[in-house]
Ligand binder design. Structure first.
Ligand code: AMP
Length: 291
């Protein structure tokens, strides 16, 4: 696998890669990321993976500094997965400081999609999606992939980026890929490694809640109030509490396209959860309807 850290090297190698699929990541790769690489390979001749913990999508009190960066492991996984190019830049390469104070530095240039970005995650991470759009737009302009794969685990991110590509006419096909889960049902995430055993047990109530809502939907329940109450009840059940507290940021039922609240499920609807277990913030979701 070619591993490059500069934009210039990246462009040089990209020239020889033809029809290319990109999988943007922040590293600490797990089987969920590897499944995206597999989808990428199905869609294109060559696969590039970017590994970049993007500072501009983290809030001031978030885990940018402590985010795991096991780069040697990540490169070995990319090698084993047959990835053709890994782009692993430094923050300075992506956001170079500019000498001229009249100019905007790259880190100050944002794409804002308020209708989709201010809800759900955006209520708790107000600057998150403008940072995501910023870095992904830059990656598209550096690598000009024909395809880019993103996980449904971060459903709002997938939706925001799809809308960005539509609005700004990026020539790239955005592919959404299903959420990979551990055998116990917990959605795989690089942040799961922050969890102690007890916290992980507590975290399982998130997916159990979502699966229970899915089950109710399959039995014919369509009122989102009912489904959201089910999710909340399971997450807050006394039997689940133990000594590990879980704090719900939100449980929401929104239209999968507009991300606006839904009362009764008639179209594709996202049931989304964000919760904090100690210092660790986890998100998960299921998609219902629309079939
Ligand atoms: P991250 O490194 O967390 O920024 O994630 C990089 C990409 O992997 C994003 O498109 C995520 O949605 C996707 N991803 C993360 N976790 C999973 C998962 N459990 N299953 C599928 N895709 C995932």
């Amino acid at each position: 696998v070619n591993v490059v850290t500069t934009i210039a090297e990246c462009r040089e190698i990209r020239k020889n890669l033809g029809y290319l699929a990109l999988v943007p990541t922040m590293g600490a790769l797990h089987a969920g990321h590897l499944s995206l690489i597999e989808h990428a390979r199905d869609k294109a001749d060559k696969v590039a993976v970017s590994i970049f913990v993007n500072p501009t999508q983290f809030g001031p009190r978030e885990d940018f500094q402590s985010y795991p960066r096991p780069i040697a492991d990540d490169l070995a996984k990319c090698e084993a997965a047959g990835v053709d190019l890994v782009f692993n830049p430094t923050p300075e390469e992506i956001y170079p400081p500019k000498g001229d104070p009249a100019e905007q530095t790259a880190a100050e240039v944002f794409i804002d999609m308020p209708n989709l970005s201010n809800v759900l995650e955006g209520r708790f991470r107000p600057t998150h999606f403008r940072g995501v759009c910023q870095v992904v737009a830059k990656l598209f302009n550096i690598l000009y992939p024909q395809v880019a794969c993103f996980g449904q685990k971060d459903y709002q991110q997938l939706r925001v980026l799809t809308a960005m590509v539509d609005a700004l006419n990026f020539q790239v096909e955005i592919v959404g890929c299903p959420t990979l889960r551990d055998p116990d049902g917990l959605a795989m995430s690089s942040r799961n490694q922050y969890l102690s055993d007890a916290e992980r047990q507590r975290a399982l109530s998130i997916n159990r809640g979502l699966f229970a809502a899915q089950e109710e939907y399959s039995k014919g329940f369509r009122q989102t109030n009912r489904l959201m109450t089910t999710v909340q009840k399971i997450m807050l059940e006394a039997a689940n509490q133990g000594r590990v507290p879980l704090l719900i940021d939100y449980v929401a039922a929104v239209d999968a396209m507009t991300l606006k609240n839904v009362l009764e499920i008639e179209r594709k609807t996202l049931i989304a959860v964000a919760a904090r277990i100690g210092p660790t913030r986890l998100i998960d979701n299921v998609l219902l309807g629309g079939d």
